[in-house]
Write a protein that binds this ligand. Structure first.
Ligand SMILES: [Fe+2]
Length: 499
């Protein structure tokens, strides 16, 4: 039996009685009824109700009048207004005047009961707070706690996003302490990797040691239990070998259930120990960091495996075709010299390094009889050779890496004037690093022996490149190529081309 008192004010006996019946028999509430606004107000004056339900549309004193009077008599009384769908805007107006909620006719039994239960539940919660503390002070305290929790959560979320952006584990190791000290104000913090029975400190604040032997420290417990440890006063602080008289929290970081590092937080600035909430937050941060580190390591393994597999393909192609042996390496080396002359970024140079090596990978799909034919090629055979750009692209396409290298493989036979293949790209439609590779590739093709002709001289190749500047090649890159130290130092060519 519910002892809460509910008043129902409605001039319509059908509605009034139905609502009273629902609340008393289903909800177990102690219900009273008033047949109009006047009677309702009188009853509210006499009795302290836990909830008042009132119809909005009543003759003389309507629901809005009753709401205002009820609030004057007892500002805490929750008033729920009853309205039809057609007059829902009146309900909204009532809410603005202080109504707790509204129900629409015809009402559903479960909606009425759950609303009444919700109101009573909230009231009980507030009453409890009132019993324990002065209400205002307790609300302020709750607000302050809520605010600080929200702040912690928002810092935690910022840190999580920051961690997700770090694809390099070295960077995580170096920054992890700086990040965690944004969550907690501590005088000492460190992160180290476990190597040969020592903790090698990778980043720290207020810690002088770079290496901490694990033996006889509580780090041994952290590693064996794979669990965090809160050091007690009187234990030895491994950071300084001094006696701990404040707080020290040590958290293991694991991958595949193996502890590989330890994150330490010590000497909270407020002099207090770590609260349960703080420990929870620190553990979650460490877990998130360990996951990021694991992902990065997996990414590295996957990336390195792919790189090895692709390099093996190049080795296979070059083994089939002795004429192109080391061709890829030379193309890469010429391209890097050009990149230096024009001052390309390290990132672009990295793409040249790998893309240059792979650029003819599609030749794996060209038949030996065509690739190695010592005679002149037919038109069909030339077309088959040209397909190596598309075949190479198809090999690379499914891989989620090498976005900068992919155009090198597909487009290194494009020409500056748009007459190349496979896409007929022209000018700056061809990415800069691809234009560089195209130039280096042509130079090396001319100066290497082919199945059907002997190598041309460097002088011939350079004359040819100058001649085809603006048609086949980007003229700026031809100039840059002529100024690469490799060519200058060889003294292999006519001074008139030096800039
Ligand atoms: Fe090629």
């Amino acid at each position: 039996m519910n002892n809460s008192k509910v008043l129902i004010v409605d001039d319509d006996p059908m509605i009034r009685d139905a609502l009273a019946e629902i609340l008393s028999s289903v909800g177990g509430y102690n219900t009273e009824i008033a047949i109009n606004g006047d009677e309702g107000i009188e009853k509210i004056k006499d009795t302290k109700y836990d909830i008042v339900f009132t119809d909005l549309t009543m003759p003389d004193v309507n629901g809005m009048d009753l709401l205002r009077e009820a609030k004057k008599i007892n500002s805490d009384v929750p008033v729920v207004v009853i309205t039809g769908y057609s007059t829902i805007e009146n309900a909204v107006a009532a809410m603005k005047e202080g109504a707790y909620d509204f129900i629409t006719k015809p009402f559903k039994i479960d909606k009425v009961i759950s609303l009444a239960n919700k109101i009573i539940g909230e009231k009980k919660l507030l009453d409890n707070i009132e019993i324990k503390y002065d209400q205002k002070a307790s609300i302020e305290k709750l607000n302050a706690e809520l605010f600080s929790k929200l702040q912690e959560i928002s810092v935690f979320q910022t840190l999580s996003t920051e961690l997700d952006g770090l694809h390099n584990n070295r960077e995580i190791y170096e920054r992890i302490v700086g990040m965690v000290t944004r969550l907690f104000v501590v005088k000492e913090a460190s992160f180290g990797l476990i190597e040969n029975n020592v903790l090698k400190i990778k980043s720290s604040i207020g810690v002088k040691k770079d290496i901490i032997p694990l033996k006889n420290t509580f780090f041994e417990k952290v590693i064996s239990s794979k669990n965090h440890y809160i050091a007690k006063c009187g234990e030895i602080n491994p950071h300084s070998d001094a006696i701990i008289n404040s707080s020290f929290l040590s958290i293991p970081l694991s991958v595949n259930n193996e502890v590989f590092g330890i994150l330490n937080l010590a000497e909270k600035s407020d002099g207090l120990g770590f609260s349960e909430d703080e420990i929870y937050l620190a553990l979650n941060f460490a877990k998130k960091a360990a996951l990021r580190i694991e992902n990065n390591a997996l990414y590295d393994v996957l990336y390195n495996n792919l790189v090895s597999a692709l390099k093996s393909l190049v080795i296979i192609i070059e083994a089939r075709d002795p004429y192109t042996r080391h061709h890829s390496e030379r193309v890469t080396s010429y391209s890097l010299e050009i990149a230096d002359v024009i001052g390309l970024s390290e990132e672009d140079k990295e793409a040249i390094r790998f893309g240059g090596y792979l650029h003819d990978i599609g030749k794996i799909g060209v038949r030996d009889t065509v690739l190695l034919k010592p005679d002149r090629l037919s038109n069909e055979e030339i077309e088959e050779i040209r397909q190596h750009t598309v075949i190479g692209d198809n090999i690379m396409k499914p891989l989620k890496f090498f976005e900068k290298e992919k155009p090198i493989i597909r487009n290194h036979h494009e020409r500056f004037d748009g007459t190349g293949y496979p896409d007929g790209l022209r000018g700056e439609q061809i990415p800069l690093i691809v234009r560089i590779i195209a130039l280096a590739d042509s130079y090396d093709a001319m100066t290497s022996s082919r199945p059907y002709r002997k190598a041309r001289s460097h002088e011939f190749a350079l004359e040819e490149m100058v001649r085809c500047s603006n048609t086949q090649f980007d003229p700026e890159l031809v100039k840059a190529f002529l100024n690469t130290p490799g060519l200058k130092n060889k003294g292999i060519w006519n001074k008139k081309y030096f800039l």
